[in-house]
Structures are given as structure tokens and as C-alpha cells.
Design a protein around this ligand. Structure first.
Ligand code: GZL
Length: 327
């Protein structure tokens, strides 16, 4: 609370406050910030690249004295425990990549009560907790879904007998799963596409579950007459491709496929003709995150949401883009 109060008074008081709290870079030879980072897990190439980006940026930034990193193993309880430990250790700033959107109120309130600002990296939390974190740096997942939807509308506009769609959702309750779904169907409905969502299940953003759920789709519905698979990330799409081939169908030809992330493996599958559209989700925001952390600790005003830059790629672009992929 002391830090929070002082931060509200002004820079001078803040400098006193930081020395009084024994932490932080006071701008005149201080020891640098101690940052606690509670990461989702290591479930995908995107996540690993994101972790690498954040760790490398902290290491290279002399304003950061230490990054305390915890792998949440895709379990909210582990992340909550990590945040509580960061509070006990009195870190200067807490960075949280919340695995799901709900269940954070208590621990975020504890951080606020301790006067430790929280920055969300990548995923978001429910609107009710909006006042309990300073800012989110990450993707606009709804816009990613809209991009996938727009390509779908353009690709299947003339599909006279209606477009039959399968959806592999990300982790249940996570912001990217919720918002990529919302954005996708918002566009399909707004543009009046004649479609049927044949089935939609979570593959928890992993290749293993993506393959397993796709096998269930094949058993339950067959693939004849399925036009499109919308996979919320590369791993699930790549797992599904294996299942589609094992069922004797040609991924990217018999069934068109959209993936979200843009890993090298995803682009390679595109070059091999096994998928048709890639919506980029950019994990490499480590340096930008360090800037945000320093601004927040210094009490500077920051936007509630800072979107990272990301694009889209069609089949004719896959080969040229593949060498540029960083994860
Ligand atoms: C999106 C990120 C998602 C990726 C998945 O920003 O949270 O989590 O799309 C990852 O690959 O598992």
C-alpha cells in the first residue's frame, strides 16, 4: 500500500518510497527492478517462444535486476501460488499470463493491497477484475477471430449447399479461446454466410489433444462434406492434420484448414499444402513488456491495453514467409 500511495503523490515521493521499500530502480544507481512472471505453461511453440522472448529481454535490460519465472503448467492454482509468493518476496512488479479469464479477483486484490502493480502479458481476465491490473500487453484475440472469419466468408461465399465447419477451441475459459470464437462467428453471421457448425470442442491448445478431438470428430461425423476446420492454434491444427490423413483424407484439399499463431511448423504444413490460412499471433513481445513494466513501476500513465502487431498469410505467401518465422 505504501508504494501505491507514494506512486500517487509524485516522482519525488516515489523515489523516497522505492528506497523505503528497498526495491526498484530509482533512476540514480538503484539496483534495478525485481519482476515476478507467472507464465501459463509450455503447451505450444508459441508459449515457448513467448517465454524465451520475455526471459531474453529481461536479461538484456539493465533496468531489470531479476526476473523470477514460474511455469504454471496450464494450472491456475500454480499461477495463483506463484503470484502469492511474488507478493511475499515483495517483487516490484508482477507479470501474469492468466491461463483462464476467471478466478483471479482474490489474488489480484492481495497484490493491490501489497502495493505491487500487476501487468497482464498475453491473455486477459474478466472485465470485473479490470481495476485490479494496470495494463495488458498482448494480442487482440477477437480481431484474430475476425480475420479468420473474413477469409472464410471470402473463400466459401459461393458454397451453394452451405459451409460445414469443425472447430478446435483453445483452453476452455481462456481469453484466446473465447475471443477467437467470438470474432470468427461474429463475421460469419454479419456477412450472412450460410454455414453449419457441425462440432466444436477444446483441444487445450496442444497437438495431442487436437489429434484426439479430430479423431472423435471423424468417428462421430465422418469427413465427407466437411468444408473447413478452424483450429485456434497451430499445435491443434497440426495434430488434426495427422488425424485427417490417417482417416484417408487430404488436409488442405478435402478439408480446408485455418490455424492461429504462425509457427515455423505451421508454415511448413502450409508449404506442404496441408492448410490454407494462417492468422499470426505474435509471441515476441519481451522487449515491449520490459518497457511497460518500467513505466508501470515508475507510476507513468499507460493504456489499459497495448496490442502487439500481427498479420495474416494466404497459401501464396507461405513459402516466402517460412524463413522469417522465429518459433
Ligand atoms: C495466444 C496464446 C495462445 C496461443 C497458443 O496469445 O495465449 O496460447 O495461441 C498458446 O499457442 O497455447
Amino acid at each position: 500500500m505504501l508504494k501505491k500511495t507514494l506512486a500517487g503523490i509524485g516522482a519525488g515521493a516515489l523515489l523516497f518510497g522505492l528506497s523505503a521499500c528497498g526495491g526498484g530502480d530509482d533512476g540514480d544507481g538503484g539496483d534495478g527492478l525485481i519482476v515476478g512472471f507467472a507464465q501459463v505453461g509450455a503447451e505450444s511453440a508459441w508459449r515457448t517462444a513467448n517465454t524465451d522472448s520475455v526471459k531474453a529481454a529481461a536479461e538484456a535490460d539493465d533496468r531489470i535486476a531479476e526476473l523470477k519465472f514460474v511455469d504454471g503448467q496450464q494450472e491456475q492454482d500454480r499461477q495463483i501460488e506463484a503470484v502469492r509468493n511474488f507478493i511475499t518476496q515483495q517483487v516490484d512488479v508482477i507479470v501474469l499470463a492468466p491461463v483462464v479469464e476467471t478466478g483471479w479477483t482474490d489474488v489480484l486484490q492481495e497484490a493491490e493491497d501489497a502495493g505491487i502493480p500487476v501487468v497482464l502479458a498475453d491473455r486477459g481476465v474478466e472485465a470485473a477484475d479490470e481495476d485490479l491490473y494496470v495494463t495488458r500487453l498482448g494480442s487482440d484475440f477477437t480481431e484474430e477471430g475476425r480475420k479468420a472469419g473474413q477469409w472464410t466468408v471470402e473463400t466459401f461465399a459461393d458454397d451453394a449447399d452451405g459451409t460445414r465447419i469443425l472447430e478446435l477451441q483453445g483452453t476452455t475459459g481462456s481469453a484466446p479461446a473465447n475471443d477467437r470464437k467470438t470474432g470468427f462467428f461474429e463475421v460469419l453471421d454479419a456477412e450472412g454466410l450460410d454455414y453449419e457448425l457441425v462440432d466444436s470442442q477444446s483441444g487445450d491448445f496442444t497437438a495431442e489433444n487436437g489429434k484426439s478431438v479430430m479423431e472423435t470428430f471423424v468417428t462421430t461425423h465422418g469427413l465427407d462434406g466437411i468444408d473447413l476446420l478452424y483450429a485456434h492454434n497451430d499445435e491443434m491444427g497440426l495434430g488434426a492434420i495427422q488425424a485427417i490423413e490417417e482417416a484417408g483424407f487430404e488436409p488442405g484439399v478435402d478439408i480446408q484448414i485455418i490455424i492461429v499463431d504462425g509457427s515455423a511448423a505451421g508454415f511448413q504444413a502450409g508449404v506442404d499444402g496441408k492448410l490454407n490460412y494462417i492468422v499470426e499471433c505474435n509471441p515476441a513481445f519481451g522487449a515491449q513488456l520490459m518497457d511497460v513494466v518500467v513505466q508501470v513501476e515508475a507510476g507513468e500513465s499507460v493504456e489499459k491495453f497495448t496490442p502487439v502487431e500481427e498479420g495474416v498469410f494466404t497459401a501464396d505467401q507461405f513459402e516466402a514467409e517460412l524463413p522469417n518465422r522465429q518459433f
